[in-house]
Design a protein around this ligand. Sequence first.
Ligand SMILES: *[C@@H]1O[C@H](CO)[C@@H](O)[C@H](O)[C@H]1NC(C)=O
Ligand SMILES: *[C@@H]1O[C@H](CO)[C@@H](O)[C@H](O)[C@H]1NC(C)=O
Ligand SMILES: *[C@@H]1O[C@H](CO)[C@@H](O)[C@H](O)[C@H]1NC(C)=O
Ligand SMILES: *[C@@H]1O[C@H](CO)[C@@H](O)[C@H](O)[C@H]1NC(C)=O
Ligand SMILES: *[C@@H]1O[C@H](CO)[C@@H](O)[C@H](O)[C@H]1NC(C)=O
Ligand SMILES: *[C@@H]1O[C@H](CO)[C@@H](O)[C@H](O)[C@H]1NC(C)=O
Ligand SMILES: *[C@@H]1O[C@H](CO)[C@@H](O)[C@H](O)[C@H]1NC(C)=O
Ligand SMILES: *[C@@H]1O[C@H](CO)[C@@H](O)[C@H](O)[C@H]1NC(C)=O
Ligand SMILES: *[C@@H]1O[C@H](CO)[C@@H](O)[C@H](O)[C@H]1NC(C)=O
Ligand SMILES: *[C@@H]1O[C@H](CO)[C@@H](O)[C@H](O)[C@H]1NC(C)=O
Ligand SMILES: *[C@@H]1O[C@H](CO)[C@@H](O)[C@H](O)[C@H]1NC(C)=O
Ligand SMILES: *[C@@H]1O[C@H](CO)[C@@H](O)[C@H](O)[C@H]1NC(C)=O
Length: 614
Amino acid sequence: MLHLLSILSFVAAASASFSSNLNYRSPSHNHPGLGLAIHKIQKRNDPATAFTPDQLNFTHGVASGDPYPRSVILWTRIAPTSDNDRSNVTVSGYVPLYNHDTEQYVKASTAPVCVEYSVATDEALSNVVDSGTAYTSSDIDYTVKVEAVHLRPYTAYYYQFRVCKSNNTSPLGRTKTTPRPSDHVTNVSLAVYSCSNYPFGFFNAYGNTVRKDSVDYVVHLGDYIYEYAEGYYGWGYSLGRVSLPNKEIYSLYDYRKRHATYRTDLDLVASHQNFAWIPVWDDHEIADNTYRDGSAELNNTEDSFVRDGGVSVDQRKMNAVRAYFEWMPIRQVDMDDNLRIWRSFSIGSLFDLIMLDTRGYDRSITDLYWNTDYIHAISNDAGRTLMGGRQENWFYNELSRSAERGAAWRIIGSQIIFSRMNLSAALGNENPFNYDQWDGYLANRNRTFAHLYENNIGNNIMLAGDSHASWVSDLVWLGDKPYNASTGEGSIGVEFAGTAVSSPSPAGQNITIARANNGSATIVRANDELQWQDLYYRGYYELHISQEAVEAQYFGIPTTRTRNSLEISLANFTVRSGENRLARPVAGGVVESGFLKGGRVVQTNVTYDTEGMA
Ligand SMILES: *[C@@H]1O[C@H](CO)[C@@H](O)[C@H](O)[C@H]1NC(C)=O
Ligand SMILES: *[C@@H]1O[C@H](CO)[C@@H](O)[C@H](O)[C@H]1NC(C)=O
Ligand SMILES: *[C@@H]1O[C@H](CO)[C@@H](O)[C@H](O)[C@H]1NC(C)=O
Ligand SMILES: *[C@@H]1O[C@H](CO)[C@@H](O)[C@H](O)[C@H]1NC(C)=O
Ligand SMILES: *[C@@H]1O[C@H](CO)[C@@H](O)[C@H](O)[C@H]1NC(C)=O
Ligand SMILES: *[C@@H]1O[C@H](CO)[C@@H](O)[C@H](O)[C@H]1NC(C)=O
Ligand SMILES: *[C@@H]1O[C@H](CO)[C@@H](O)[C@H](O)[C@H]1NC(C)=O
Ligand SMILES: *[C@@H]1O[C@H](CO)[C@@H](O)[C@H](O)[C@H]1NC(C)=O
Ligand SMILES: *[C@@H]1O[C@H](CO)[C@@H](O)[C@H](O)[C@H]1NC(C)=O
Ligand SMILES: *[C@@H]1O[C@H](CO)[C@@H](O)[C@H](O)[C@H]1NC(C)=O
Ligand SMILES: *[C@@H]1O[C@H](CO)[C@@H](O)[C@H](O)[C@H]1NC(C)=O
Ligand SMILES: *[C@@H]1O[C@H](CO)[C@@H](O)[C@H](O)[C@H]1NC(C)=O
């Protein structure tokens, strides 16, 4: 009897450890029939086939994200192979595994791997505040995602994983919880990134904020990976950065392998190791110009599926989304809806960060290159939406809730540019807008403006990525509200859209600075509310948020062809609380690059070396 009891309690404990790895939960937590059968995986937990600690490696460092006041998500990967799982685990307990050294398939165990983790207030991990055990296995690509709990608000923590009962440990990670919604906080800083294309260059931008230790959290607005085939896009061969598998990606294995390849960039590894991330996907985490029912290279037709090897639109999206949740250190807001990534964070009394999904969730048809005229024609259709009704309602309610609770600012992470951008003078064509941005969904933009105006909601800061260039605008409902471009009067906030970590300039991958700045001048002159634009530099921006003002600092990366720690300060902007527009003179009247409305461009080329700046 005693014996039986101890077996039962062991099973219960092991079961708890399985479900503590959040990657096992979806969608199986509420619907065991639909997802991974945890009880079957537990049955493979057989000491006879178990890996020994020296057969396992922490292959991709550690990561943390989606910070809350009392908890944060911790991530690692502990695997018997540097390759990714092909998801064809056999019941016999062994799976064929490719050995790159012998170039042969070998029989590898399918036994789950046990890891312990601890979270402490100090780097030596002596003051442990939370710890636990979790299992992982090939079924989830050997990823581990746990929620560290019992934490204090707005506090830095250190954490580490180890293979159970061994000295095989992961690198030491650092993370930070957020303040409680009611906490008065004087200032918080964010680094904002988008569009990191591995074959196009080194991710120096990610490393610079680590070296400067200049921010509290990292926000990523998407295009964290690209789905393209190497030969189609990029300089991978000459830089030694070939993104595997070396083809356009469709299957679950493909997406896992692509994430795994990107996560070898040392500056990306360092950023994940040092900062809590709050990311959302854009289109390329799935495929170029993704919308609800397809993408540029995948129509919702049998013809199209046959061409790509038999993967349908929905299957491809599920593969991409599953690999994303396995690899990114974030919460899955709704376990029953793994397409839902839109979510929000209340950062003390200072701001609410509202992260949208304008892409994969429920977007009406977008510009797929062969239908541009059609999308132009329907762009003002009242029924079009970027987000779908469910998300739109949530979005407007979040804006109201934030204003009602008295948060000083509302910061909205959108993938794509919100402001109207007439590119006719630059492109000279009959479809002068980028219909894949909010410009293709005028009704959705109008509903957003209407909600802000009708409810008198101010201090709104829109963030955007996707475009591979920098755009800073007053937030104006052109055609509906009067606007004075020299004073900013009539604006209801500010939009900060950022350039790419490494993806090439939309003006051409080898554009000269003179031609790029000339292009910026043309675009800025053609758009009243657009105050600064830069086409030349790769980089990122930092937001320093206080009760009194939001300061945005834009940084340019001189070259992504080598791994280096250099950057150039491009432009600084201030938005004072209550003013709802860029402070004048915009950017202090002088920027380093691009074109500034009513200001000057002075090319000083002053490069800062971020090495040793912390
Ligand atoms: C684990 O890492 C060591 C040291 O880098 C390496 O020699 C070994 O091949 C790796 N093992 C696996 C299974 O990746
Ligand atoms: C399982 O994976 C192995 C190794 O990748 C592969 O050779 C084999 O064809 C796969 N089997 C199935 C049924 O997919
Ligand atoms: C871990 O390392 C310590 C110190 O070297 C050693 O005493 C201990 O036996 C090791 N533990 C295991 C499980 O290998
Ligand atoms: C920012 O907040 C920190 C505490 O989190 C405080 O030490 C620092 O003085 C503040 N800086 C400014 C400029 O208010
Ligand atoms: C999708 O359909 C359009 C219109 O028929 C066609 O021009 C395009 O080539 C198709 N694309 C793919 C990838 O099947
Ligand atoms: C876009 O700008 C051009 C001039 O550059 C102008 O002729 C055209 O009317 C504008 N289009 C819209 C829709 O505002
Ligand atoms: C959106 O607002 C603009 C400016 O007032 C207007 O021209 C346009 O017709 C509106 N479109 C919709 C669908 O509401
Ligand atoms: C914008 O405001 C300035 C300063 O008040 C004023 O001189 C100018 O006439 C205004 N411009 C327009 C187009 O109303
Ligand atoms: C840009 O330059 C690189 C390196 O010199 C070259 O490989 C590439 O083809 C060029 N791209 C274009 C679009 O000219
Ligand atoms: C600058 O841009 C204008 C308008 O697009 C164009 O006509 C002109 O040729 C460009 N000049 C240079 C030097 O690129
Ligand atoms: C932006 O501000 C920083 C520090 O406040 C300063 O060092 C830098 O020169 C400024 N950049 C520009 C382009 O004015
Ligand atoms: C540096 O500034 C000079 C003008 O002073 C300009 O010709 C050059 O293109 C700039 N280079 C970069 C990389 O910004």
